[in-house]
Write a protein that binds this ligand. Sequence first.
Ligand code: SAM
Length: 342
Amino acid sequence: VLKSAAKVPSKILDLMDGFRASKALFVASKLKMFDHLRAKGPLKAVDIANEVGTSVCGTERLLDACAALGLLEKTPQGYSNTDSANTYLTSDGEYSLHGYIIHSNDHLWPLFTNLESAVKEGSRQNHRAFGKKEEDLFKDYYQSQEVKQRFMAAMHSIAHLTARDVATAFDLSQFKSACDLGGCTGALAHELVQIYPNLKVTVFDLPEVIANTSYFQPSGQHTAPVTFVSGDFFKDNLPEADLYILSRVLHDWPDEKVHVLLSKISAVCKPGCGILLAEMVLDDEKKIRSTALLQSLNMLVQTEGKERSGSEYQHLLEQHGFTNVKIRLTGNLLDAILCVKT
Ligand code: SAM
């Protein structure tokens, strides 16, 4: 008697394959194949291999895999980019994810290779992945100009992609000035001054970051200028503002450090002033939002922080006198939380 065929566990098989597909995307991006295809496609594997300096047999397999994954189109004339590859995978497109893809390949991949140790030890793995030098995570990243530039490009690509949804999640027109603490390249700040032309925005970040921001400024746009101020938000005085913004900042830190930062903000906030958080917000039961839950693992392997649920953020904020906490899930990679000091 023939046993009935086992059901194909497609979800599990897809997950087993996930890392292979990620790496195929990373390598094609790192070799700038999508840039070559935008400039000259359709191209045969041999032409791309010659342009990039890779083997023909390896290049053909990589391109075929990318085509099967829906990143490229394959016709008798050769390979060409899909619309989505042109928009997101070429290195210089406005909404390019290239910076974050390179960060994923060069930085997150070695960290996730040590996920087992992170789970066993409950702590970050920078020392195993890269031989950590400094206790402070960001000082460690910023020691090398190359790592700093890569990190900033990665932050910029996601911040730019999410900026409009974060900036419009709430009507912020009652605020006259905003300070984006840990605002990095100013991607969100530039979006805010476009949407709220009367808002004065200051980006506050570590001196190493502020020194490198010029590369990321939009060219030829008639926006009110954004001011950049360098400092350490745990140690230095914070610039005055009606609205403090923390985008992907609280998720870097454990509750103790979040309390230090929120109490500093609370001390300089007058009643009516606000905080805008931009983070991936977990559902309260921590069981639905897989992108955010995987992001929390990403925080485990490299920081002392974690992703938090809406009620966890609300609890942290209320302890520092911030009430009327409103949460908006944007459908984009970052959600928004607004609260005011009472
Ligand atoms: N807000 C940006 C975004 O959403 O794209 C960047 C987020 S990045 C995960 C965290 C930022 O916090 C970095 O730009 C980092 O330099 C900054 N930062 C970390 N520690 C800091 C400190 N002590 N003082 C000021 N900025 C700090």
